[in-house]
Design a protein around this ligand. Sequence first.
Ligand SMILES: Cc1cc2nc3c(=O)[nH]c(=O)nc-3n(C[C@H](O)[C@H](O)[C@H](O)COP(=O)(O)OP(=O)(O)OC[C@H]3O[C@@H](n4cnc5c(N)ncnc54)[C@H](O)[C@@H]3O)c2cc1C
Length: 471
Amino acid sequence: MAENYDVIVLGSGPGGYVAAIRAAQLGLKTAIVERENLGGICLNWGCIPTKALLRSAEIYHYMQHAADYGLAAEKISADIEAVVKRSRGVASQLNKGVTGLMKKNKIAVHMGDGKLTGKGKLSVTKDGNTQELSAKHIIIATGARARDLPKLKADGKRVWTYRHAMTPPEMPTKLLVIGSGAIGIEFASFYNDMGADVTVVEMMDRIVPVEDADVSAFLEKALKKQGMTIHTGAKIDKIEADDKGVRATITGKDGKAVDGEFSHVVVAIGIVPNVENIGLEDVGIEPDQRYHIKTDAYGRTNVDGFWAIGDVTAPPWLAHKASHEGVIVAEAIEQALGNGDVHPHAMDARNIPGCTYCHPQIASVGLTEAKAKEAGYEVKVGMFPFIGNGKAIALGEAEGFTKTVFDAKTGELLGAHMIGAEVTEMIQGYTIGKTLETTEAELMHTVFPHPTISESMHESVLAAYGRALHI
Ligand SMILES: Cc1cc2nc3c(=O)[nH]c(=O)nc-3n(C[C@H](O)[C@H](O)[C@H](O)COP(=O)(O)OP(=O)(O)OC[C@H]3O[C@@H](n4cnc5c(N)ncnc54)[C@H](O)[C@@H]3O)c2cc1C
């Protein structure tokens, strides 16, 4: 007989495990199904282990620049194996943490390959044994995986996806990174700081193309200053790899082809949703053209009783977006089961912040200046450079700026864009403001602590209205 639940969550990434916890908190009998590691990509192969790697690179960078702070650090070296070991240890600690959370919340964990087999039905297969489960509601949170180059599949030797780049067989000497989204740029930054010679190739006309154009331009300049080679508006015409390395022909925006030889390549050209072999067609769920599952703002699919969240659905493909959707869906299910005291709030994609932990870091929320204009807003824009901020100078981190975009008519904060030290920790200030539909007047009336780099957030708002104090 099938084991019966109120809710089954398929996939235990930050979307799935958070949905399961919220469902359990609401008193629903909940199960989660996972085929690999509890915590999904984020904890095991994404957000967290990359930040551990980047932290090692950051400390290495500071050690190399010790003299700038009046200190001496001699005979400095990096041991990539030890750096990776620390990162894997951090991932393992968090994986154990999720295991503990499942236990604490009395969520049944079923390890194995999950497949939808009918309305309210799901099978879990492990080592040839299949178990049937049933539930009133099923949440699909199967996430996504790295996209391969059409003609060169990553094999972990010379051609890497993020998984290989996170557990490299050796330190690359000359690294080609294809794609300059968050994942590509973070690995480019890590390996550059660790001493590799890094080349980035981006098809669009600027790096980190989803960010504000001023941020892209500033980052490109900063990374080139650090020694990276960057080709934008460029494509890879030919690429081949063997035991000795990788050879690629890169055609730049001027139409000129350049042949390059590299020790390794990281392919970071996007993700592919995990929609195959999970029984979607058997229950009538249709993915969109890019094979992501379509949902409404509460996570409902086109078939009653099936919900979807996280990377398997629409962008942005971020862990906090997946987790937030997990909470919304669990609450919407509880409401559908008849609890009128629960009021889920629909997701508003304009208020989801994005962070990239390269060096210098970037962080943003809301509309870029160009997108705001495209949307028909008349805008007021403020810019404040970190060189005008006392704390940034004291830290030796005066490279960066804060940019804010306002609706000139109403003063509503439309977007905020930051590049520089600690900006990934600061963007949440603007995110709260945006979620509360703040205006320039409220931000101007807010007192910012001194000395902090966050004062640049205040100054940027003042600058949009011609009132900046320290520039
Ligand atoms: C290198 C890298 C760095 C990143 N850094 C950040 C960052 O700094 N910040 C950020 O917000 N985001 C980051 N991301 C993105 C983030 O990891 C994802 O947005 C997030 O993990 C999506 O969560 P999810 O729950 O939708 O799916 P996932 O985390 O992908 O989890 C899905 C889970 O479902 C399981 N699964 C799939 N199919 C089945 C099946 N049939 N049966 C059983 N289990 C199944 C998978 O094994 C997986 O564990 C990064 C991603 C990568 C690759």
